[in-house]
Design a protein around this ligand. Structure first.
Ligand SMILES: [Zn+2]
Length: 363
């Protein structure tokens, strides 16, 4: 199901334990800050930061960059040079300065709620600590503070590829087809639910079935918006495809309506069909081929192509793109069948994409 979602990530008032303080050396002076936290969660993994505790500055939780961003599953690229800290997550690049609230985000300046700080912890190590909420929101990482616990979430595999044969991002240079496969929803966004099933789980199973096939096909370089139960934002998903200049973008979803609704449909954006055409391929052609293949995979009623001009991933992607709605989770028969056959659906999606590219003379 495709719905337009808006999350409020406003943190509740921070609970400060006055007896729990963090002493650091900052700009040559010893400073004491409250709000000490010795751990946070990144993609549901507990990250201990006892030696570089999180502390409060200007009402913002300040956390160590290396432990929470670089070495965690987020795998943010971090470069530190003198007073300057550069962080890259997927297509977003931010540049911070020690002691400054100013930040450059993809070349645009803005102001954070607290400064980036190079601090020396009691262990003697000097590290970058940054306002977590301000930095996460700019990098496209979800930040939540709930019941005093900090939880950060983002895509684990920002550069998961099915091929190790080349480090180039350009399909033109290495002859590979670059593909982005998107498993709808994930993490805190379950998508549609019904008959005991969750859309996010089914879409991931289908994607992993396809991945198993693409992993053994060096003609493709495939990027996955997620390969586990995480929630990349909608812009993360289109950014991934645009950043890697993908040749095709295919999004996997499961529909939902009444218990009697049934069938398979594929969505594409007719208003973007011409501007996103690439190497002679278009969204409409892709969607047409995929729809025919997926109907034969599911055996469900053919509901045909649907033109949707209001969906983020079809609006922001700059290449031929389509979004498959395999069947209805609200329909008990279809839900049961989709759940039982998700891996096969993925394998046959791989065949469908190969078939489409062969029919167009691209493979
Ligand atoms: Zn959906």
């Amino acid at each position: 199901m495709v719905i337009i979602m808006c999350f409020s990530l406003t943190a509740p008032a921070a609970q400060v334990d006055a007896s729990s303080r963090v002493t650091v050396v900052y700009k040559g002076k010893t400073k004491s800050f409250g709000g000490k936290k010795t751990y946070a969660y990144v993609n549901n993994s507990k990250i201990k930061v006892a030696k570089q505790p999180i502390f409060l500055k200007n009402g913002c939780y300040m956390g160590p960059v290396n432990k929470l961003f670089k070495k965690s599953s987020l795998k943010v690229t971090v470069k530190s040079s003198g007073n300057t800290l550069t962080m890259q997550y997927r297509s977003n690049v931010i540049v911070l300065k020690n002691g400054s609230r100013n930040v450059t985000v993809n070349g645009e300046k803005s102001r954070m709620s607290a400064p980036a700080m190079q601090v020396t912890y009691p262990s003697g190590k000097t590290k970058w600590a940054v306002p977590l909420k301000s930095v996460c929101s700019r990098l496209g990482i979800t930040y939540k503070l709930k019941n005093g616990v900090i939880k950060m979430k983002g895509a684990v595999n920002s550069a998961t590829t099915s091929s190790s044969s080349s480090s180039s991002n350009s399909s033109a240079e290495n002859g590979q087809i670059t593909l982005v496969l998107d498993a709808g929803h994930g993490g805190m966004d379950s998508g549609a639910t019904g008959n005991g099933y969750r859309e996010k789980t089914m879409t991931l199973s289908i994607l992993l079935g396809a991945k198993r096939m693409f992993d053994n096909d060096s003609r493709f370089k495939v990027y996955y918006t997620r390969t586990s139960d995480t929630y990349p934002s909608l812009t993360d998903r289109s950014n991934l495809a645009n950043n890697y200049d993908a040749d095709l973008f295919v999004s996997i979803h499961i529909n939902s309506a009444s218990a009697s609704a049934h069938g398979t449909e594929t969505l594409y954006n007719s208003s973007r069909n011409t501007v996103t055409a690439k190497n002679g391929l278009t969204s409409r052609e892709l969607a047409t081929y995929i729809q025919k293949s997926v109907v034969s995979t599911t055996g469900f009623t053919n509901r045909g192509l649907k033109n949707r001009t209001d969906l983020s991933v079809l609006n922001r992607t700059k290449m031929p793109a389509c979004l498959i709605e395999y069947g209805f989770i609200s329909n008990s028969t279809e839900a049961r069948q989709m759940n039982a056959n998700a891996t096969r659906y993925g394998q046959e999606l791989y065949q469908a994409i190969v078939g489409y590219l062969q029919s167009e003379g691209k493979l």
